[in-house]
Design a protein around this ligand. Structure first.
Ligand SMILES: Cc1cc2nc3c(=O)[nH]c(=O)nc-3n(C[C@H](O)[C@H](O)[C@H](O)COP(=O)(O)OP(=O)(O)OC[C@H]3O[C@@H](n4cnc5c(N)ncnc54)[C@H](O)[C@@H]3O)c2cc1C
Length: 185
């Protein structure tokens, strides 16, 4: 077999690459040494970040903020099957996250959070935090938070995401023994 690409590791990154390259017409296969996503992906919370996380500490990394800005909307369209990869088979656990300031938070932290609406105003955040009135707080946070915000970043079940990405390419994904791989010249 004459391959164009050999991808090592079937986490979210490797599977996403496999999909991109295959749809671009390259003959690509993926080799997985253990189990798909068994490094980080399966452990992740599955939040599709839109820059908010990077803003929490007062933004030291504008590149990270800008490069993730478009992600929630891009993923929403994939999760709805409007664009490739079609991720309709992935389970969406929630269409938003909650952020909260625990009671007794330091003033410094409250101040850094105040930075987020400013970034949103400046067009740097696609998912500005919305402060929720007490009646809209999740039950678990009542009595233990100073303020609660909703952030329009969807959350996916990562196991189902791995399945959705891998399903169309099962015949191009192989498990192998790392100690037994040889390349012939
Ligand atoms: C606790 C936690 C929570 C997180 N929460 C989020 C979140 O909410 N949102 C978010 O965007 N990110 C989150 N992340 C980060 C995110 O999970 C990672 O950025 C992402 O999963 C990395 O994907 P990956 O494909 O690069 O790596 P992995 O998912 O680690 O996949 C690597 C794959 O390579 C395989 N492999 C390793 N060595 C070899 C080899 N020699 N040959 C073949 N295969 C090999 C492994 O078995 C594995 O399947 C979180 C991470 C952690 C740890």
């Amino acid at each position: 077999m004459q391959l164009d690409l050999l991808i090592f590791g079937g986490g979210a990154a490797g599977l996403w690459c496999l999909d991109r390259f295959r749809r671009a017409g390259y003959l690509a296969i993926l080799l997985e040494s253990t189990a798909l996503g068994c490094g980080q992906t399966i452990q992740a919370q599955g939040i599709i970040h839109g820059g908010g996380k990077y803003a929490l500490r007062g933004v030291r990394d504008f590149t990270a903020v800008q490069s993730t800005k478009a992600m929630p909307e891009r993923w929403r369209r994939s999760l709805a099957g409007e664009i490739e990869p079609d991720l309709r088979a992935a389970l969406v656990l929630s269409d938003r996250c909650h952020l909260w300031l625990p009671s007794g938070s330091m003033a410094a932290r409250a101040l850094s959070w105040g930075f987020m609406p400013l970034l949103a105003k400046g067009g740097l955040l696609s998912t500005p935090p919305q402060q929720l009135s007490n009646s809209m707080w999740p039950e678990a946070l009542r009595g233990s938070a100073l303020a609660v915000y909703a952030l329009a970043e969807p959350v996916v079940a990562t196991g189902s995401l791995l399945n959705a990405l891998a399903s169309p390419y099962r015949k191009s994904i192989f498990s192998y023994d790392v100690s037994d791989l040889r390349f012939a010249g």
